[in-house]
Write a protein that binds this ligand. Structure first.
Ligand SMILES: *Cc1c(COP(=O)(O)O)cnc(C)c1O
Length: 335
């Protein structure tokens, strides 16, 4: 009889700081380092130093380009020849399409019949092929795994994947380079690829650095899973933080355990708080960002998360893919 405990399984799949450094050298030709800006007004409001990491400045409009570029680049020569496939119509899908284009690899994005034209045009402009199938995102996902088998394409998952997690971890390397004495990092939490990568990197470097995740009140799959002690599925509700929607997968291999180990605090916030964050970043920093990217700033200005007096804190501004009319309507009450 062979005994394999859960712990051994997790150990064998461990992602290390070295993987994050390797990701940095892999992706550096494909994307630029993003700025870390000191926010004078937020710092004054919080009684501590607050810095904003401008991850919405990537060509794909979100940090997900890091993980996607790392994962696509790590494929074998045969896999690259056969191409990649995914089913996200959001930031991950855009990023996979763009990474594949830059590396000269075929990319297929599966979408349902109901995906809006604006998204279809964006995917096509990034050079990816569209596979329009079914009436829901679930059916598009099933089609994705069917085409993986039929056409030998490789699926690039959005968060629960070692190369994706290591790619997102490169954000933390850049923060440490610019602000070595950082005390905490705050970011949106969905599938947990972002905070698994950042958490691994920060905690390995200095276990004292706090990692804080923020999610929307309804449909926060990782938050509910942490409460339940195992991956659970949740009902989706409409939210301005649409990039934080989606489950964490029943057979989550990496991010559930990594978030459990590395994230010190996880906080839910209301739609109003998200709107305030978006309005604040627009008014004080003149940037247009999506709800998922403004969630940390919203939580800070509503005092839902607190930072130690005079400490140094970084909020990740994760993406800017938001319709302008949605943005205008969201911020209007808080201008
Ligand atoms: C994906 C995404 C997140 C959350 O990242 P996870 O790895 O899924 O936790 C946050 N903000 C934006 C803009 C995203 O696209």
């Amino acid at each position: 009889m062979i005994e394999t405990t859960n712990k051994q399984l997790i150990e064998s799949k461990r992602i290390s700081l070295q993987d994050v450094w390797e990701a940095k050298s892999t992706i550096s030709p494909l994307l630029k380092k993003t700025p870390l800006l000191f926010s004078k007004t937020l710092s004054k409001a919080c009684g501590a130093e607050i810095y904003l990491k401008y991850e919405h400045l990537h060509e794909s409009g979100a940090f997900k380009m890091r993980g996607a570029a790392n994962a696509v680049n790590a494929l074998s020569a045969t896999q690259k020849e056969n191409g990649v496939i995914t089913y996200s119509t959001g930031n991950h899908g855009f990023s996979v399409a763009l990474a594949a284009k830059k590396l000269g690899i075929r990319a297929v994005i599966c979408v349902s019949k109901h995906v809006p034209n604006a998204k279809i045009e964006k995917i096509q402009s990034l050079g990816a092929e569209l596979e329009i199938y079914g009436d829901s995102q679930d059916e598009a996902e099933q089609r994705c795994y069917q085409l993986e088998k039929e056409q030998g394409l490789t699926v690039i998952p959005p968060f629960d994947h070692p190369h994706v997690i290591a790619g997102q971890g490169t954000i933390a390397l850049e923060i440490l380079e610019d602000l070595p004495s950082v005390n905490s990092v705050i970011g949106g939490l969905s599938g947990g690829g972002l905070l698994s990568g950042i958490g691994l990197t920060m905690k390995t470097t200095n276990p004292e650095i706090q990692v804080i995740g923020v999610s929307m009140e309804k449909g926060a799959a990782m938050y509910e899973s942490l409460l339940a002690g195992e991956p659970v599925s949740v009902k989706e509700s409409p939210t301005l933080a649409d990039s934080l929607l989606g489950g964490i997968g029943e057979t989550n291999n990496y991010t559930f355990n990594m978030v459990k180990s590395f994230v010190d605090q996880s906080q839910l916030v209301s739609e109003e708080t998200i709107k305030k964050g978006m309005a604040y970043l627009y008014k004080e920093h003149h940037i247009v960002v999506e709800g998922a990217a403004a969630i940390g700033v919203g939580a800070l200005i509503d005092n839902l998360i607190t930072v130690k007096p005079n400490s140094k804190n970084v909020v990740i501004i994760t993406g800017c893919n938001v319709d302008l009319d949605v943005h205008a309507k969201a911020i209007q009450p808080y201008l």
